[in-house]
Design a protein around this ligand. Sequence first.
Ligand SMILES: Nc1ncnc2c1ncn2[C@@H]1O[C@H](COP(=O)(O)OP(=O)(O)OP(=O)(O)O)[C@@H](O)[C@H]1O
Ligand code: NI
Length: 312
Amino acid sequence: MHTILEVKQLHVHFPTSGKVVRAVDGVDISITQSETLAIIGESGSGKSVLGLALLGLLPANCTATGTVRYRGADLLRLSESELEMIRGSKIAWVPQNPAGAMNPSMTIGAQIGEPISLHVEKNRSIVRKKVLELLQFIRITPPEERIDSYPYSFSGGMLQRSLVAMGIAGLPELLIADEPTKGIDIMNRQAVSSLLRIVREKGITLLVITHDLSFARNLADRIAVMYSGRIMEIREKKSFFKGALHPYARGMLRSLPENGLHPIAGRTRETDKYDGGCRFRFRCTYAGEKCRVEPPLIPLPDGAAVRCWLYD
Ligand SMILES: Nc1ncnc2c1ncn2[C@@H]1O[C@H](COP(=O)(O)OP(=O)(O)OP(=O)(O)O)[C@@H](O)[C@H]1O
Ligand code: NI
């Protein structure tokens, strides 16, 4: 199995008035071909910003350092036109917020067809045929009637599935989906979940950013837990759900309904107040003197790792 994308010491900071938001603050992560990696973590932990960095879509008001290596190139250092060659065709994106992500004045068919005509096939009737197949694939039927509809006539779940279709239309190697189950009902969540499972069976590598632990459990091979701009734990899915190691990750599992809905006490400190110690220690029941120094990501067997002195 080989690594298709490798992130090293990625920092993405937003200098705002009076402080610096350290959205991503030293992330190292590798994505292996054909795997499904889920990034979980609370709101504001830097998941979406990390996803955007992997697509070279970071906003202009940030400073980014480190490397994001893909096929010998560093995505942080490519020109916009070089990035456009990769985006959609090699690395595609299913954005958060389906309603806002679609163009309201373009038909669904035209929007799903765009990555195909850009990256796969120019012939218009072949593109249309491929769009019809994709609509069938995402169970928006009958495709012939739906292809020329506008987004307003679609439900949230249908829009979300259409975004997945747009993401895979250009036949990417890696698909990054940001909160693909947010704001949709359980039926649609299951539909998105089985859709992504079929996408994975096509050999597409998946990076799923999610709050939804049961969705991650359903779909992922590996779980990476982010907290305050850092990866705290990265494990095989099965061993993670059998017993998370990092106190924050354990807290996340305890806060699930099936484990009694115990919330994690306290709240995240603002990242500009970072003092060099473990970022979770203010909320951690195990915190001691040693935690004034931040632990490294400590490697464990089988490619797992945890950032906590308990496992040193
Ligand atoms: N364009 C921006 N300008 C300034 N700060 C930003 C910008 N984008 C993100 N941030 C900040 O970076 C931090 C990480 O944001 P990010 O969206 O990555 O979190 P997240 O883990 O995806 O959260 P959520 O689960 O709510 O989507 C937040 O503090 C956010 O306010
Ligand atoms: Ni996000």
